[in-house]
Design a protein. Structure first.
Length: 417
């Protein structure tokens, strides 16, 4: 790792957690230069829902490149973009009864969030945006202003304004109804809270600690938005594209956001792509008002279009939910079996987490797992949650092997307490 230590910035992060040089990947596995095999319970922080090097997607990319297909085109019309838009409408939006215009911002999650914030403020003429405790929405200034993590916020170096943080669902462990609190703040002209342009939330807070919002809570938040004429933005960057089972994480709640942010696995192959989905009546952009050099990369269009074959039936979503329940039950058994963890199981679908109350123990578990050939990361404000987030295509054999490694890693970490 000396090249990276000598030549790369100190800001590097994941290579510190996984200190080896990776050289190959396939499905739910990676290999390093020493030939060591690793099971991936990380999935590129959610960017690899369809696994590494899906053979069908890879072939489509190879064919497109071999035919000298357009790779970079700014936001010009291309056949690759045309096909993606058609298929996304046919396979994803139309069957769900959703009517959204598709915007291509820059190719990252934070850029789709930035575009959503700008558009909400443009539409309403208001400045404030309400977000929630432990939210994570990105690393650029607008996204950081609605992110809860103090370490990330302090990196901005300037004041982060025009946002208000409210308690997420169950933040007070049922001691206080957070929606009632929000409503009271909005009703009371003495609360100090200006009527916001938008409320933005993740239905499952990934980086915030796998905090799962109840469907009834999400429905009530939508009702608050409708009552006060506030736009509802759902950040589905990490938990969308099937991570919780359905394509959109908000589907089971029966809500219909005004704006939806997608990135990570929408690019299907680890290729950068982001979408901002906008209800047609709110598509008030002037041409070029939010642009970027890489807003819609054609290789990502090719990959994303091919990945939509997973969504032609509901089988993929059902399998994800089945495997997610398998993981959930295994983690519950670990909590019962190892009371030293003082653990709690959280999650939906194949975004599962094991919250550990013992300081530093979650990090030690992930380090022990890496030594045994399992790639995992922690989340939460104190890195207290062991995150189980494999590619959705993982089979039962891989899942069981990875979970077995996790248990052995817990045993080792507990011994060293």
């Amino acid at each position: 790792m000396s090249v990276f230590e000598q030549l790369e910035s100190e800001v590097r992060s994941y290579c510190r957690s996984f200190p080896t040089i990776f050289t190959k990947a396939k499905g739910y596995k990676l290999w390093d230069t020493q030939g060591n095999e690793f099971i991936d319970f990380f999935a590129g922080a959610g960017a690899l829902n369809y696994g590494h090097n899906d053979p069908h997607i890879k072939q489509k990319l190879l064919d497109y490149i071999a035919d000298d297909g357009i790779v970079h085109s700014l936001d010009m019309a291309t056949s690759a973009k045309e096909r993606f838009l058609e298929r996304f409408h046919e396979v994803i939006l139309k069957p769900r009864g959703l009517d959204y215009k598709v915007m291509f911002p820059g190719p990252t999650g934070t850029n789709t969030v930035e575009s959503a914030l700008k558009l909400a403020r443009k539409i309403t003429g208001r400045e404030t945006v309400i977000s929630f405790t432990n939210a994570f929405h990105g690393m650029t200034l607008g996204s950081l202003s609605i992110t809860g993590n103090s370490f990330k916020r302090h990196g901005a170096g300037v004041p982060l304004n025009h946002s208000v943080s409210m308690p997420f669902d169950n933040y007070f462990d049922d001691e206080l109804d957070s929606v009632t609190l929000l409503e009271r703040y909005l009703e009371d002209k003495g609360s100090g809270l200006d009527l916001p342009a938008a409320i933005i939330l993740e239905t499952v807070q990934g980086e915030g600690g796998i905090n799962v919002a109840r469907f009834e809570w999400l429905k009530r938040i939508e009702e608050v938005c409708r009552r006060f004429d506030i736009l509802l933005i759902i950040d589905d960057v990490q938990v969308g594209c099937g991570r919780t089972g359905p394509f959109f994480s908000f589907e089971p709640a029966g809500i219909e956001p005004d704006i939806v942010c997608l990135s990570k696995s929408i690019g299907a192959y680890g290729l950068p792509l982001a979408l901002t989905l906008i209800k047609p009546q709110y598509d008030k952009w002037a041409p070029g008002e939010h642009n970027g050099t890489f807003r819609g990369h054609n290789l990502a269009f090719i990959a994303a279009t091919e990945a939509l074959r997973y969504w032609e039936t509901d089988e993929f979503a059902k399998e994800t939910q089945r495997k997610g329940e398998k993981v959930h039950q295994f983690l519950k058994q670990l909590v019962e079996k190892y009371p030293q963890l003082r653990g709690e199981v959280r999650g939906r679908g194949l975004m599962q987490g094991l919250a550990v109350e013992v300081e530093g123990l979650a990090d030690q578990i992930c380090k022990a797992a890496f030594k045994r050939g399992l790639i995992m990361e922690t989340s939460g404000p104190d890195s207290e949650v062991v995150k189980v987030m494999p590619p959705l295509i993982i089979d039962d054999e891989g899942l069981e092997k990875g979970l077995s490694i996790l248990e052995k890693s817990i045993q080792e970490a507990i011994k060293n307490l």
